[in-house]
Design a binder for this molecule. Structure first.
Ligand code: MN
Length: 246
């Protein structure tokens, strides 16, 4: 199984979560929300190659943490994975929209400078602006839009600019989400939980809960669970080899 977007460092007991991830043999992309979280969060996974850590600066923290951009640039050579980054157009985050843009553009430029990275990108209420920024800064790497919630037209534009997608239970449980998933190229889809922020049955989702997303994806695509797992495995291999500079 694959959980391509999980905040491992934000569970109450991250080391317990790491042990269980290893026991369940799940590939997890452990995303961070601040550059200063990088040393501690990457250390959690240092003896577990199935857990890869992404260096991030969450758009909701852009104003508070813009001073950490030099730290972002310092740690960037240490990882092939970047996230969580992006833009958030929700009303509560609009007051610092110019700062969000500045941070996101800085990060894409930094990724381009080091030859490209695999990037897990947040785009809530900002799909058009995220796609526009990706188009304006070529060479930043392979973008993955996590929990995409834009329109069909924006989805088509995202597909056109080379985006991948990580989808979870909240998307797959809604008609709108399923329609979007059906429109995504199957060879650019992966699964995620977004735990502990996203919930499963009223509790924070854990990486092993990603099995529910695999089941729902099988229903949406109308293919057997084994076939879904095999396709997702191939997709992950292709995603990892999309960046050769690291
Ligand atoms: Mn997240």
């Amino acid at each position: 199984m694959i959980d391509l977007h999980c905040h491992v460092d934000l569970y109450p007991k991250p080391t317990d979560v790491v042990s269980k991830i290893v026991n369940h043999d799940i590939f997890v992309l452990s995303v961070t929300t601040t550059p200063s979280a990088w040393p501690g969060t990457s250390a959690l996974a240092k003896s577990s190659p199935m857990i890869q850590t992404a260096l991030g600066l969450h758009p909701q923290l852009a104003a508070e943490r813009i001073r950490e951009l030099p730290l972002f640039d310092r740690y960037l050579p240490e990882t092939k994975w970047v996230g969580e980054i992006g833009l958030d157009g929700s009303p509560e985050n609009r007051s610092f929209w110019p700062t969000q843009q500045k941070v996101f553009e800085h990060i894409l430029n930094s990724c381009a400078r080091v030859g490209g990275r695999i990037m897990s990108i947040h785009s809530r209420r900002a799909s058009a602006q995220v796609i526009d920024t990706i188009n304006r800064i070529p060479g930043a790497g392979t973008p993955i839009l996590h929990w995409f919630s834009g329109t069909k037209k924006e989805l088509d534009q995202a597909i056109g600019c080379g985006c991948w997608f990580s989808v979870g239970v909240p998307m797959l449980a809604s008609k709108k989400g399923c329609d979007l998933v059906l429109r995504m190229p199957r060879d650019r889809v992966l699964t995620e939980t977004d735990g502990p922020f996203a919930e499963m049955n009223g509790k924070p989702a854990f990486p092993w809960d990603v099995s529910a997303a695999v089941g729902l994806l099988g229903k949406v695509w109308n293919v057997e669970q084994d076939a879904v797992e095999s396709l997702l495995g191939t997709n992950l291999e292709n995603l990892r080899s999309s960046i050769v500079s690291f």
